[in-house]
Design a protein. Structure first.
Length: 693
């Protein structure tokens, strides 16, 4: 059943979720055209059906302001109207007309702060809620990640997810025999329908080349090189020359400047497709006798970009933008390349927040960053030197920041292989940046902060098979510790104290990772010793934080210690750490009190983890009095974790998944089964978690 059939059989509000390239836009456009076609042939209770398709990336070409969606809708009228007039028109026709508004690509909107903490997305969500308040309106929207949509809006929608293509279907599509091998990295790439279709065309013509593709940048590079050959039988030599010039020079130039405008938050509307085509033609003239008119016609003929500067797909715009970056850079245009990279780093940048890692912002241009990395690997500094980016200090700073922030995004996405690979590159570049002479306490802090940040990424590389990498990883975080210890205590400010506490804790995290690897290999006795070593460092971190850091920093240390206790098989110690931490932050308040006052300052991850210790207490031989104390708290703890994890702009899906797993354990716990009120809460929130997963 396709989306049109689903909607016709069950009209409702829908969120369509999938990764890029899975055909969301195709399905949504088909939905709109299908509704218009069916409106004249089906019985819709005597009502007209109006479907309005809104490509959300076009909002990036408009000023972010209240009523931005209605501002877009004004273009469907022949004269100036107000938001209120459009809303009144919809409401006044509720007996005769039903409306379907299709908002395609919520993830493609540049979400930046406009004023007083309000984001562009806040205005969009408000407009959606206004439209949904009309009883004759349905909304269908698409996004890559459902977590980017606030819970209070999301709960008004049904969610449809496009599934990845199975390995069996990939092999069938490519007509592979049982003996034909498909490398694992290709299998991972080809779960994306767009990439599978491109690869299929390549594989049918040049299997010996296609099979060696390692990433999406190489796939697109080879596809568009071969694309010229695909038109040889259809076009004369001159047309082929025009097409090659357009794909090699003009489309990359257009994509680069559109992408640069978006990276700066909003594209400058005064440069249209014709203007950008003319600029490309002037600055990068064709080698053959080709007219500007022929070039412009071919740009449109490729179908890659419209006169409104909308690309067929965001991934294709990102790919051609990186080709444009290379072309402009090789021609000596280092200033726009610098601006491009500096703005890209700002989008990738990790910024400390109270509750979330802001992955919606940080992954907004991840495809661009991935194309740059795939094409350059660790050679970016040498490439930028060739482009003329100077002095060396500036060049290294841009490059190191790019690799560092990209590795941080992968770390937070739990893509450990990529995080570690890019993290080590960032470290190598950091070591090439000369230390300030003479060193100041601030410069020591800045470099130690970078080392600590990158440790999170390279820690993914710690295994039991590679002692050299393990030693390098431990030495690296130890170096940050030694450098910070060179600052006398009396000169350490709050930032330095906080960082030193985190560095101590991360040394413990190194041993925790080793212990986890030992546990995976069923080397339990060795793991207990390693977890004990981790606990020693975590205790040291906590004692330091108690003297010099904030209460919340101390609480984070208790959380880590509680985790150590769990893996050492001592749930009682873990539970006691939780009680100590709670008393540190809330000596006169219970979890239930925090729910009542909507006070979610206590880390929800901490409470979710103590549930693991509590479950172990309930299934082991501990006094009934202790078990009753634990059981009494579980309903409030579960509600607290779920509410805090879903109460922000982005749902913490990792936490929801972990909570769901613990609730399943509670459901099977005989002690809980005998207490109906608690069992009821466990079942209720298990269902709520499952609905999000």
């Amino acid at each position: 059943m396709n989306l049109l059939q689903k909607y016709l059989s069950e009209p409702d509000n829908y969120i369509i979720e999938s990764a890029g390239g899975f055909g969301k836009s195709t399905q949504l456009k088909h939905l709109c055209t299908g509704i218009r076609a069916e409106s004249g042939s089906m019985d819709f209770a005597g009502k007209k059906q109006l479907a309005v398709y809104i490509p959300m990336n076009e909002l990036n070409y408009m000023a972010g302001a209240p009523g931005i969606v209605f501002e877009y809708l004004k273009r469907f009228f022949s004269h100036q109207v107000t938001k209120e007039a459009i809303e009144e028109m919809i409401r006044s026709t509720q007996d005769s007309t039903d409306y379907l508004f299709v908002l395609d690509g919520m993830n493609e909107v540049n979400n930046y702060e406009v004023r007083n903490g309000q984001m562009v997305s806040d205005f969009i969500y408000k407009d959606i809620q206004c439209l949904m308040s009309c009883i004759n309106v349905h909304i269908v929207l698409s996004t890559r990640k459902i977590e980017s949509i606030p819970e209070e809006l999301r709960e008004k929608f049904k969610v449809l997810r496009f599934q990845q293509i199975t390995n069996e279907r990939i092999r069938a599509y490519l007509h592979l025999k049982d003996t034909d091998m498909l490398p694992g990295h290709l299998s991972n790439l080809l779960v994306n329908p767009m990439f599978l279709k491109m690869f299929g065309r390549l594989y049918s013509r040049r299997p010996e080349l296609a099979i060696h593709i390692t990433n999406k940048y190489e796939l697109l590079e080879l596809y568009y090189k071969e694309e010229i050959d695909l038109h040889k039988d259809e076009q004369e030599d001159h047309s082929l020359a025009v097409r090659k010039y357009v794909l090699d020079s003009v489309v990359p130039y257009i994509a680069f400047y559109v992408e640069l405008g978006l990276l700066k938050k909003q594209y400058e509307e005064e440069k249209d497709l014709q203007t950008l085509t003319g600029e490309a033609f002037e600055q990068y003239p064709p080698a053959e006798e080709i007219s500007l008119e022929a070039v412009y016609k071919m740009v449109l003929n490729t179908g890659l970009v419209s006169e409104k500067l909308q690309f067929t797909h965001e991934i294709l715009r990102d790919y051609f933008a990186v080709k444009g970056l290379k072309m402009i850079g090789e021609a000596g245009g280092h200033e726009p390349v610098e601006a491009f990279m500096q703005n890209l780093v700002k989008w990738l940048e990790y910024r400390k927040t109270m509750k979330e890692k802001d992955l919606h912002r940080r992954t907004r241009f991840l495809d661009v960053a991935e194309f740059i990395f795939s094409s350059e690997k660790k050679r970016l500094a040498q490439t930028f030197l060739r482009y003329g980016i100077r002095p060396e200090e500036k060049r290294l700073d841009i490059v190191q920041s790019f690799y560092q922030e990209l590795s941080g995004v992968y770390d937070d996405l739990s893509q450990g292989k990529e995080a570690a690979e890019i993290g080590w590159i960032a470290i190598d570049y950091l070591e090439q940046i000369p230390e300030t002479i003479p060193e100041t306490y601030h410069s020591i802090y800045e470099r130690a902060e970078k080392r600590n940040f990158l440790f999170y990424s390279v820690k993914w590389a710690v295994t039991l098979e590679d002692d050299d990498t393990n030693k390098r990883c431990l030495d690296y975080i130890m170096l940050a510790k030694e450098k910070l210890e060179g600052i006398p205590l009396e000169y350490r400010d709050a930032k330095i104290n906080d960082l030193y506490g985190r560095v101590l804790s991360n040394i413990g995290a190194y041993y925790y990772k080793i212990g986890s690897e030992e546990r995976k290999r069923n080397r339990k006795q060795e793991s207990y010793k390693t977890f004990a070593e981790a606990e020693c460092w975590h205790l040291q971190a906590m004692e330091y934080k108690k003297q010099y850091c904030t209460v919340s920093a101390v609480v984070r240390s208790y959380e880590t210690l509680m985790q150590d206790a769990y893996w050492q098989g001592d749930p009682l110690k873990g539970y006691e750490y939780f009680k100590f931490a709670w008393c540190e932050m809330y000596p006169d308040r219970t979890v239930q009190d925090c729910l009542l006052f909507e006070d979610y300052k206590f880390p929800e991850e901490f409470i979710e983890r103590v549930l693991g210790n509590e479950q172990q207490l309930l299934v082991q031989d501990f006094p009934e009095e202790l078990k009753e104390e634990v059981t009494e708290q579980i309903p409030a703890q579960v509600e607290y974790v779920f509410t805090a994890a879903t109460g922000h702009a982005r749902i913490n899906m990792e936490l929801i998944h972990s909570l769901y797993q613990k609730l399943k354990l509670f459901e099977d716990c005989e002690w809980i089964q005998k207490r109906q009120s608690v069992q009821k809460v466990v079942e209720e929130y298990q269902k709520k978690c499952k609905s999000l997963l």
